[in-house]
Ligand binder design. Structure first.
Ligand SMILES: [Zn+2]
Length: 157
């Protein structure tokens, strides 16, 4: 599978990561599967709901190192996607001052059904490498190729 998106999508993910620095940003990828392509058509920004001490996964890590997408936020994105004839096909988040490599936490909390997991590294507020991962059948993260395609419609700005 190839993850297909536009330059605008990449720019928006980078900007989101830079705006959230030094915290992690997170969001969902909405789109559709066409043959061997997972096509991202819209990004869905999600507020990082990670709160220390308030959730069952809290382990002393802060929003610098963790992100959490609330089930309600996921459902809202899912419902919206369905209205558009799309689905939620992946997630993205940033790694402030860390390389774009899935942490053990990311791996354990990855959506298990072949979702793309995009990670952008943000070094001192500037976005750097951006990689997409998927879990293989042994639950090991594998790099997923990213393909840029030209935009479907003229940007409105
Ligand atoms: Zn992560």
């Amino acid at each position: 599978m190839v993850l297909s998106l536009t330059q605008d999508h990449l720019d928006d993910i980078r900007k989101h990561g830079e705006a959230a620095f030094p915290y992690e940003c997170c969001g969902l990828l909405l789109g559709q599967i066409q043959g061997e392509q997972k096509q991202v058509l819209e990004l869905w920004q999600v507020e990082n709901s990670w709160e220390e001490g308030e959730n069952p996964f809290a382990d002393g890590e802060s929003r610098n190192r963790r992100f959490l997408i609330e089930p309600q936020a996921f459902k809202a994105a899912h419902d919206y996607a369905q209205q558009q004839g799309l689905g939620v096909i992946g997630t993205y988040h940033s790694h402030p001052n860390h390389p774009p490599v899935p942490s053990e936490f990311d791996r354990q909390h990855a959506f298990p059904w072949g979702f793309s997991c995009m990670i952008v590294s943000v070094q001192e507020g500037l976005s750097g490498d951006l990689i997409s991962w998927v879990l293989d059948e042994q639950d090991h993260p594998q790099v997923e190729p990213i393909q840029l395609r030209s935009p479907e419609r003229v940007a409105s700005h």
